[in-house]
Design a protein around this ligand. Structure first.
Ligand SMILES: Cc1cc2nc3c(=O)[nH]c(=O)nc-3n(C[C@H](O)[C@H](O)[C@H](O)COP(=O)(O)OP(=O)(O)OC[C@H]3O[C@@H](n4cnc5c(N)ncnc54)[C@H](O)[C@@H]3O)c2cc1C
Length: 494
């Protein structure tokens, strides 16, 4: 494109491979990359220094990879429209390229401001999808087919093979700030390997055999650390694309002579679709990060915006600190705080305990967990917080018994002893609630509500808007049992 200059805005897509905005920018006369560390992100209640530390390590590697291709990557600190305005004085870009993002409300407000700025400056902003999430989706029917089509499309051309683009004159890659310069404390623990190379190494080790026991290993915290893919932080920061993970997995399923591995990988492959299925819910209904998906449960728990009472901060604090007196709950919370990761079932148990045993509304526990999860992905996170708290109106209520989970997943008590060192001593707290009474009260309240005519009507509407479909079939009614392979039916698995 004659006389064109491109700015590539890297956000949750910190990679070179399969990067459509980067590939499109190559058609311009000159191009430069940009990462912006936004004060709104640093100040947001979901952000933790470990997220920032991981991002900086990913950016450092991205900068090196782009430098090998003579492509500078600028790093700026500031709000996006202000950064763009200042940059325009250095580099008269005509085009801005980025991926679409489904993030918290502040990212949506920021995108509106960026769009305004681009219009006022006659800069052409192109946003491209990077997952199976569809913008302005009219209906969930046919969604799975569209997901498969996108995931089977060829990767975006590599910039090593793209031609013609020159680096923007005079612009050089920037030095990266440290956590301290950003006003953040040093990290207490080491982060897992960050960046595009680590993402591919993680995927390959999983496909090469680490994933063979995936289905049986995923539920126990003792085996899940090795047996799950551990790709979630890489997918959240975009150091590998969902398309690449999907295609590599399908290729391995098709070619491996190991039938056990192929069977395990088929279970993994369906979860890749779940990733986008859950993010689609936030894309379609941004309010679900703040308000109950089923409005019929409004007013049930303090902190939901309708209930007039105050949230029980003593219970919340005990849960956050892993000092509830329920050993499996406390062990899981302590592992999560120390490592930034926990397997799906134990995440669900933690939330179920907060929601039913402690009767806490999901928002505050959800913000705390968002800061702990290195893989925080708003669409999955808020959908799951609501699903495991019984506020979606459509999912089976799944109340986990911590004692049963300990028996099933840690029968010898190794895991609990690893994380709760003071177990069995006088320093370990007594149970914070009477389990039987708390669970009975929770069930009475929720089942009572679900029986109402209003709740049924609302559940049908929610299922229609957000529920998973079996391809070609109309949505099932919420009271019917859903398939074990369905992401919205997964509550039945656990
Ligand atoms: C309350 C709660 C909050 C959660 N918050 C997040 C979050 O912020 N970010 C996040 O990535 N996952 C979240 N999950 C889903 C799931 O626990 C993690 O994706 C998984 O544990 C990550 O480890 P892995 O990459 O080894 O997973 P694997 O089992 O190897 O799965 C591979 C990928 O599939 C996707 N996936 C797997 N399970 C699910 C699921 N149930 N729903 C949607 N996608 C799934 C993820 O992208 C994951 O990385 C949450 C689950 C719960 C119950």
């Amino acid at each position: 494109m004659m006389g064109t200059a491109a700015l590539v805005w890297f956000k949750r897509d910190l990679r070179v491979r399969d990067h459509a905005p980067l590939a499109q920018a190559m058609r311009c006369d000159s191009a430069v990359g940009l990462v912006v560390i936004e004060p709104q992100w640093l100040a947001s209640p979901e952000c933790d220094p470990r997220h920032v530390g991981f991002l900086l390590e990913c950016v450092a590697e991205l900068q090196r990879s782009l430098a090998e291709r003579q492509f500078p990557l600028l790093v700026r600190i500031g709000s996006m429209p202000q950064v763009l305005h200042a940059l325009r004085c250095e580099f008269a870009f005509t085009h801005l390229f980025s991926h679409e993002e489904t993030g918290p409300a502040w990212t949506y407000a920021r995108d509106l401001a960026v769009a305004d700025w681009c219009r006022s400056q006659s800069v052409n902003w192109t946003e491209l999808p990077q997952t199976g999430v569809v913008r302005r989706l009219r209906s969930r029917s046919g969604w799975a087919g569209r997901w498969a089509q996108r995931m089977n499309d060829p990767e975006a051309p590599s910039i090593a093979t793209a031609c013609g683009v020159g680096a923007a004159a005079g612009l050089k890659s920037s030095a990266l700030p440290g956590l301290r310069e950003l006003g953040l404390p040093a990290l207490g623990a080491a982060l897992p390997p960050a960046g595009e190379r680590a993402a591919w190494a993680t995927l390959e080790s999983f496909l090469d055999g680490r994933g063979r026991d995936y289905r049986s290993a995923m539920s126990s915290p003792l085996s899940a650390t090795e047996g799950c893919s551990r790709l979630s932080a890489h997918l959240a920061f975009g150091t590998i694309s969902m398309r690449c993970v999907h295609q590599a997995t399908e290729a391995r399923i098709a070619t491996t002579p190991d039938r056990n591995l192929a069977y395990a990988l088929r279970g993994f492959a369906s979860r890749l679709r779940w990733h986008c299925h859950f993010i689609q819910k936030l894309e379609d209904e941004p309010d679900i990060e703040q308000r109950n998906m089923a409005r019929s449960v409004d007013g049930l728990r303090a902190g939901d915006g309708v209930h007039e009472g105050e949230i029980d901060t003593a219970r919340l604090q005990a849960w956050c600190e892993g000092r509830t007196g329920f050993p499996m709950v406390d062990a899981c919370m302590r592992q999560l705080r120390a490592t930034g990761w926990l397997n799906f079932r134990m995440r669900a148990m933690l939330v179920s305990f907060a929601a039913y045993h402690l009767w806490l509304h999901w928002r505050e526990p959800g913000l705390f967990l968002a800061r702990q999860f290195l893989d925080f992905e708003p669409g999955i996170h808020w959908s799951q917080m609501q699903m495991q708290s019984g506020t979606t109106g459509i999912n089976t209520l799944r109340i986990y018994s911590p004692a049963k989970q300990a028996l099933d997943q840690d029968p010898q008590g190794h895991y609990i002893r690893q994380w709760v060192l003071e177990i069995g001593t006088a320093s370990y707290p007594l149970p914070i609630v009477d389990e039987r009474a708390a669970v009975t009260a929770a069930k009475d309240q929720l089942y009572g509500l679900r029986r109402t005519h209003e709740a049924h009507a609302e559940a049908n509407a929610i299922q229609h808007k957000h529920g998973s479909r079996k391809s070609g079939l109309p949505p099932t009614t919420p009271r019917k049992r859903r398939s074990r392979a369905s992401p919205d039916g997964q509550g039945q698995l656990f």
